[in-house]
Ligand binder design. Sequence first.
Ligand SMILES: *Cc1c(COP(=O)(O)O)cnc(C)c1O
Length: 587
Amino acid sequence: MQLNSTKPFSYETTPANGLVAYFSMEIAINRGMPTYSGGLGMLAGDTLRSAADLGVPLVAFSLVHRKGYFQQHLNQSGDQTEEMQPWNPAEFCTEETARIRVSVEGRDVTVRAWRYDLEGRYGHIVPIYLLDTDLDGNSGWDRGLTDHLYGGDTNYRLQQEIVLGLGGARMANALGLTVNVYHMNEGHAALLTLALLESEMGGGPLNSPTEADLLQVRNKCVFTTHTPVPAGHDRFSTEQAIRILGGERTARLEKLGVFENGLLNMTLLALRFSRYANGVAMQHGKVSRAMFPQYQIDSITNGVHAPTWVSEPVQQMLDVQIPSWRRDNLNLRNAIDLPEQEILKAHRRAKEGLLTEVATRTGLVLNPNVLTLGFARRAATYKRASLMFTDPERLLKIANQAGGLQILYAGKAHPADEPGKALIHNVIETASKLSNDMLRIVYLENYAWDLGALLTAGVDVWVNTPRRPYEASGTSGMKAALNGVPSLSILDGWWIEGCIEGVTGWAIEDGANDAEEAESLYLKLENAVVPLYRSEPEKWARIMRTTLAFNGSYFNTNRMVKQYTRNSYYPHKLIEQVKVEDPAYAN
Ligand SMILES: *Cc1c(COP(=O)(O)O)cnc(C)c1O
């Protein structure tokens, strides 16, 4: 296998402690700002929160998304409708005076930036620049380019990617930032490499870069891929590229070999120009290397920002029991010694908090003594939200065996995802048919930051049933783990690394089809989860404790950002050694 480049990355060209510019199409920055849709944006936000806590010299670029993603409404029969979420950047951010321009479909579009200062635990600030085209002088269409996160069609998307990638890189210059490392979080920002190449060429014609020019760009860029299947990668037709990006740039991209079957592939572009690339879990790195065998792709497993996701009652307990846990999340390993009663008490309070919210929203009063399962995530069909309903009779029996069972669902379907919407409809319909005194199933509207935090902390078991290998990582189970909540999940993404059977949760065994995996799900509920929860509270408390100790101490962004700084941003000689010795690279 060959290296991404002709020459290995040289440490001297990227000094340790140089400034990192992090690019992401979505970032969950603040609970009041609808600038994210789901896992990718949450991960970006948690990454920046940990970078701020750890004092990493980092700035971030995204789009302002003036109309947000969408607020979800569900009617009685489970039909989703969407409402825009307009917000005012001036309430949260400071407007920068710098202006830059990008060319979109041959038009010059002016871009400004709103700065949000994200402050870490010890006062270190990570500035986040939200790019905005809503300016006088831009056409009506262009003023809306930074309005809708994942809105519109692929033309709109490519236009947004020009603003994010080309615009962001130029804005960094205009702001006077000297950037040493450009981190592309997913392929949406890959066009920043063109801006760097153009600036390397000093305005010269794009058709004649030397190997040295290409290497200069490559030495500045790193990339994280989040997509486990070919269909998930961001792609555009040649016709779109010529029309929107222009003929010269498209010709350059074709020469770079980043078209595949006539489509401009943003993952390929990012890989082509990155000195370091990674997937988001060990398994996802493997899957990515198989998809792009010509590139070196490492793994850095995702995490979540611990203080953001640990519930108030568990925080209070940890502040007494392990006071240093905030400063260094690794110290959560000491949760192995927590008194059983303390963890049960803290979780009980988190559960009551969740059930109070459920009652406020739905009028339904659930019982804090009853085993409660949580399932919340984007309503994409591969997540198989209705797997638990494969055999309704069996589920009812389990509810009786458990002395009652409560299942809380939540999740949005992308407005254009009809199968996803049908899935929500199906879950809600089945829930209303099945629900009785023993089994209560509730679908909560508008899954977002606050509800996610309440659910992951307040349920007793976090359930995840993706179809393998579609879950690159998943992070909601990590939020649960940081609250001592074990998972019952398919062995995909992070759970392959996180599952110790009966210690941090339970694995749903791999099956040949949905029915076999549903069978395993039922068996684990019947034989492991229900008997333990019902009759052995002390053993249950010990599982909560080991979940927090083993998985809370590892699956956090504090550890993850340290890995990024050492393996991706400022690798020194380490990377080259690892590449030679690590058998994982043998595919
Ligand atoms: C954590 C989170 C996600 C991502 O969870 P997955 O496990 O990757 O599905 C999505 N949406 C919200 C609101 C979250 O808090």
